[in-house]
Design a protein. Structure first.
Length: 304
């Protein structure tokens, strides 16, 4: 009687098939990751568009944009950061009604600093607003353990669990601090401290002036995790995606960048004063970036 061997894979053939599958996965995985990042980048742009429209709605009501920060001024250039004087609210809280977050807005008591007991403001500040968070944020944590500062990391211990933001007002084309930490009285951007300028003050034109930009946070539990509740704002003096490498990741003072930056490769999104959103390259000429920052510089702006 004649027997027939059943056809099957040899070990060599099996290894070849596995190798082919591995190559296909290696080829497809970057494409899948790129597609996911493209979707996150689009969502981030949409978030900023909503914030831009909310800022314009605020402008329609008040005749000007909200201030980036609210800090008591005691000298022409600088501010007194004594206890009880500087813990005021930031731009994000002021536009909550325009983001259909009126219930959260109503929980804040604007007659006192947000860290004055009883801490009802801290409880309200824990409300996570997805519009303030970039989907590409690598830390995947909606709240901070410590509140960030203005242009430098300034730890305000005890202000735990405030909801974070990855977006900040554009304040000045040069260092807008008077002593390396606290803000000057009159920055040349649209949103300053205790003051927000109106469109009538934007001499350079609303389509040529930056209003809001991405600011990649440090990880939660560090001093540079920023929130929409507190004072905030950055200048463009350091360009875009300018890294600070002196402190290792995971350290108490870890933060990614000193100014405008993002979790997207190549640059970051900005909202202009006309509420449009544009992705600006990290290689932009610094003079052009400065011209886009000032509201009354009358500088010619080439393509960017």
């Amino acid at each position: 009687m004649r027997t027939h061997d059943r056809p099957g894979f040899t070990l060599v053939e099996l290894l070849v098939v596995i190798a082919i599958i591995g190559v296909l996965v290696a080829l497809l995985l970057p494409a899948i990751q790129a597609a996911r990042e493209a979707a996150r980048r689009t969502k981030c742009s949409n978030n900023m568009k909503q914030l831009g429209l909310a800022l314009h709605t605020y402008h329609d009501t008040h005749g000007r944009f909200p201030p980036a920060t609210m800090i008591t001024v005691t000298t022409p250039a600088c501010t007194n950061m004594g206890l009880g004087s500087y813990q005021r609210f930031g731009w994000g809280v002021l536009i909550l009604p325009q983001l259909e977050q009126g219930a959260t807005y109503d929980r804040f008591d604007f007659t006192k600093a947000y860290n004055v007991a009883p801490n009802s403001d801290l409880e309200a500040g824990g409300a996570v607003i997805p519009t303030f968070i970039c989907p590409s944020n690598v830390f995947n944590a909606p709240r901070c353990n410590f509140t960030g500062g203005i242009t430098q990391p300034t730890g305000l211990g005890g202000l735990d669990d405030l909801s974070r933001t990855d977006y900040s007002p554009v304040t000045d084309s040069v260092d807008w601090t008077c002593d390396g930490v606290w803000p000057k009285k009159d920055p040349n951007g649209i949103m300053g401290h205790f003051t927000g300028n109106g469109l009538k003050d934007v001499v350079d034109g609303s389509s040529n002036t930056l209003l809001l930009g991405e600011q990649a946070n440090g990880e939660p539990g560090t001093y540079n995790c920023h929130t929409y509740v507190t004072f905030d704002g950055f200048d463009t003096a350091n360009g875009i995606n300018d890294p600070i490498t002196a402190v290792p990741v995971g350290g108490t003072w870890h933060f990614r960048n000193s100014g405008f930056s993002s979790y997207h490769p190549g640059g970051c999104h900005f909202v202009l004063a006309d509420a449009s959103v544009r992705f600006v390259s990290e290689n932009i000429n610094q003079a052009t970036l400065a011209a886009l920052t000032t509201r009354f510089g009358r500088e010619p702006i080439a393509g960017y």
